[in-house]
Design a protein around this ligand. Structure first.
Ligand code: ATP
Ligand code: MG
Length: 300
């Protein structure tokens, strides 16, 4: 089995990172970087390119393919290694820990620092270009988009939203961002989907979620993917996370997305706790948020 990226980080040499970042640079121009160009992109001698390229191939940090030329590209592991290296150099993280959540479009791990933090690697664009293009308008206008670009953009957008919202809104505190990765506070609690709330708390928790959505709108953002998987509940309260697809309140679809978010979360509560939700009037909540945040927009 291939070792995890974190396990091999300590054995990597500075030239390994020069090799990786040279391949990364080359990938701005083509998916497969011509092997012949590597001395130029990496600043390494040809002998050093040979040596470190072999090491990186063995670790599966890069891949090779012979097309009209010998082509090299970064793998996800290689891109992860570059981001981890940057965070370590900036002293943002000191160690890598257990997985916190592994999804289709992200890997989230605990990392050690002055306190436990969470590192999220974005995976958008890696496995399914078309889905990403359809759902997320920020790449739709580019004809060829590499997964490096798509995943980095998603991380940047999520980080920007967290910075805009924290601490007024209950979101994980953003700590750092590099390439396709963000570092944030590790949030206590469990996903709403995995929690079983006592009956008397059901309505209160739903109200808390709606209040945070209100605060987010006040702060200029609609989440646009609110669900029982993106809300954490703990003794101390609730947290909304997973913000890469958030849109600003002045976005043309923001009111529709807000309405969908409110409906999604409300109907989840009604399905899971039938009869326990004191009828939440979706229209009224929507109307109140709209009045506060969209009064300058033309009526629908
Ligand atoms: N800051 C955090 N602290 C603790 N756990 C976290 C944190 N961020 C994410 N997680 C865990 O990792 C899981 C996945 O995170 P997140 O929802 O952000 O990504 P995702 O659902 O894979 O994203 P996407 O919607 O892009 O596919 C969460 O459901 C949660 O269990
Ligand atoms: Mg999620």
């Amino acid at each position: 089995m291939v070792e995890t990226v974190a396990d091999v980080m300590a054995d990597l040499e500075p030239e390994d990172f020069h090799l990786l970042s040279g391949v990364e640079q080359g990938m701005r121009f083509s998916e497969w970087v011509n092997r012949e160009k590597l001395p130029e992109f990496t600043g390494l001698t040809s002998e050093n390119v040979d040596f470190h390229l072999n090491r990186m191939l063995d670790l599966e940090f890069v891949e090779r393919k012979t097309i009209q030329y010998e082509g090299i590209k970064l793998t996800q592991r290689g891109y992860d290694a570059l981001a981890l290296h940057t965070f370590a150099e900036r002293d943002t993280i000191e160690g890598f820990g257990a997985p916190l959540g592994v999804g289709k479009e992200s890997d989230v791990h605990e990392v050690q620092s002055y306190k436990p933090l969470a590192l999220k690697f974005h995976r958008e664009g890696f496995s399914n270009f078309r889905e990403v293009h359809r759902g997320r308008e920020y790449t739709a206008d580019r004809e060829h988009v590499s997964w490096l670009y798509t995943a980095r953009k998603a991380a940047e957008r999520e980080y920007e939203a967290l910075k805009g919202l924290y601490p007024e809104v209950s979101v994980p505190q953003p700590i750092d961002q590099n390439r396709h990765a963000i570092i944030m506070e590790k949030v206590p609690g469990v996903e709403l989907a995995k929690a079983t709330l006592p009956d008397e708390q059901v309505t209160g928790v739903l109200e808390l979620v709606l209040q945070e959505m209100q605060s987010a709108a006040d702060g200029g953002y609609i989440h646009a993917d609110i669900s029982e998987y993106n809300v954490f509940v703990a003794e101390s309260g609730i947290t909304l996370f997973d913000w890469p697809q958030a849109v600003p309140t002045d976005h043309e679809n923001s009111t529709e997305l807000l309405k969908r978010d409110i409906e999604n979360i409300t109907s989840y509560f009604e399905r899971k706790y039938p009869g326990e939700v004191d009828s939440v009037d979706v229209q009224a909540v929507f109307g109140a948020i709209k009045e506060r945040n969209f009064s300058t927009l033309p009526a629908e």
